[in-house]
Design a protein around this ligand. Structure first.
Ligand code: HMH
Length: 221
């Protein structure tokens, strides 16, 4: 079993609560209330800024030049690709750049990003990548599942652009690379004695991802 599969099978309830959260199913069938989606978009913009800082930390934490290049590629994927797409998507939902920048950060967004940054600051590059795995690899898995559901209203579903962005080849490739790099780091640095600590980080980060959906889901009620 790969390292990532071991992480997932060590946190089955957490992984399920995150990847099959009602928010995600509401994206797939278009039933998600618009207020929930808008709340999500605003907080996700703030999330991505902190996420970029986590990748910058990964550059600093890199033991080798090859690790550093990999982290720098991830940083640029967020700053130059995902953030731009996000601003465009927000614009389509009537949210301007200043709406996004002036939004007060939600406790769930802060808790999650602080957790990831802290795991990386006190740990090594592998610990940081494990904390990031639910975000990067999780979104690729979620979007692939949602894209395969093939609801009858797929053509008119307003959330289709979001699904397509994360189910599309460019994002899937970013996630596959992140996964391959984490496997390689695990070969180099994961010892049986460390596995419990790494599982704890993965479990916590997964729980905080589910809380992020839950925060937005509540806003739609
Ligand atoms: C909360 C969250 N997790 C993961 C991703 C994927 O980058 C995202 N955009 N937002």
């Amino acid at each position: 079993m790969s390292f990532f599969e071991r992480l997932k099978t060590s946190a089955p309830a957490e992984w399920r609560a995150y990847t099959e959260h009602p928010f995600t199913n509401g994206l797939a069938d278009g039933s998600l209330p618009e207020t929930a989606f808008r709340h999500y978009l605003v907080q996700d913009y703030l999330f991505l800024i902190e996420f970029a800082r986590a990748y910058a930390l990964a550059v600093y934490k890199s033991p080798s030049l090859a690790d550093m290049r990999e982290a720098a590629t991830g940083l640029s994927a967020i700053l130059d690709v995902e953030m731009n797409l996000h601003v465009k998507l927000c614009g389509e939902w009537g949210l301007s750049a200043s709406d996004l920048e002036q939004a007060p950060p939600a406790a769930e967004m802060l808790a999650y990003t602080r957790y990831v940054l802290d795991a990386g600051m006190r740990g090594d590059l592998l610990a940081l990548k494990v904390a990031l795995a639910p975000c990067v690899i999780g979104y690729a898995e979620i979007a692939t599942r949602l894209a395969s559901l093939r609801h009858a209203d797929a053509a008119t579903n307003a959330y289709r652009v979001w699904i397509d962005e994360y189910a599309g080849a460019p994002y899937q490739e970013v996630a596959a690379n992140a996964r391959a790099h984490m496997e390689q780091l695990a070969d180099r640095y994961a010892t049986p004695a460390r596995e419990a600590e790494l599982i704890t980080i993965f479990k916590e980060a997964t729980r905080l991802e589910a809380d992020f959906w839950e925060m937005a889901w509540r806003a739609g009620k």
